[in-house]
Design a protein around this ligand. Structure first.
Ligand SMILES: [Zn+2]
Ligand SMILES: [Zn+2]
Length: 253
């Protein structure tokens, strides 16, 4: 499971911006769906969702890629320099969270869930190993005798300590990301917003969770999305995000 999630994070494209992407004008917004034109899925929104999806009026432009940026996208300088990513060597990532050295990939809109699952399963695994190692010590202290030599016991102890440290650091990371998912904030946005008490993508923790993990419970624990979820949740494609109806886009600054 750990390996499955890990390879999913590594292999899955975090979500690049197609070369011809540009923000929709108001007239276009009426009938054209941005996802259809760009060939990135064909999400059709029902009127209720459409009302919630407020396309940002703030037009963002990436000077390195020399093209427009969708809302919540960020330019990754690490991906930019790794030429295997794309031929042009420039890279804006949809809802970029961070560039992760462990998975040698950016974590963005399309692989954030896989990254979180990877963290979760790694945490479970290291916890399990810690408990197993702990049992070895319990037996040693309780019964006073053990098959192992002092040398191997010391090695087990060091492994145990390192494992505990690793487990705790993953736990910290996991808690941080659970908090971020609950607030519908990427790591980058968490650094950027700082003072703003109202976050326009924050729809309540349940909806925020669904925007990352999908509505289909069967898919919550595996690094994949159901067809239904990809159709009904535009946020999974990374180009547009529902915003809080009570917060106008202009109030964000
Ligand atoms: Zn860029
Ligand atoms: Zn990157």
């Amino acid at each position: 499971m750990v390996m499955w999630c890990y390879s999913s994070v590594v292999v899955t494209d975090p979500g690049g911006v197609p070369p011809n992407w540009r923000p929709l004008t108001d007239e276009e917004n009426g009938d054209a769906n941005p996802l259809v034109g760009s060939g990135y899925g064909s999400a059709q929104l029902d009127p209720k969702q459409s009302a919630m999806v407020a396309v940002s009026q703030e037009i963002r432009f990436c000077h390195k890629c020399k093209q427009f940026k969708p809302p919540r996208a960020h330019h990754c300088s690490v991906c930019e320099s790794s030429s295997y990513m794309n031929s042009s060597g420039r890279r804006c990532i949809l809802k970029m969270d961070h560039h992760c050295v462990w998975v040698v990939n950016c974590v963005g809109a399309l692989n954030y869930k896989y990254f979180l699952l990877f963290l979760f399963y790694t945490f479970l695994e290291t916890t399990l190993v810690s408990l197993l190692l702990l049992r070895v010590f319990m037996e040693f202290f309780n019964e006073g005798e053990i098959d192992e030599t002092p040398g191997s016991l010391a090695a087990t102890f060091i492994t145990f300590v390192l494992n505990i440290a690793f487990t705790l650091s993953i736990l910290g990371f996991l808690i941080m990301h659970i908090t971020l998912v609950g607030a519908n904030t990427s790591t980058i946005e968490a650094y950027e917003k700082k003072t703003s008490p109202k976050w326009r993508y924050d729809l309540g923790w349940k909806k925020n969770f669904e925007q990352v993990f999908g509505l289909d419970k069967k898919y919550w624990f595996i690094p994949a999305y159901s067809e239904d979820d990809l159709r009904r949740l535009p946020a999974l494609h990374g180009f547009e995000y529902p915003t809080r109806p009570d917060l106008e886009p202009l109030q964000q600054h």
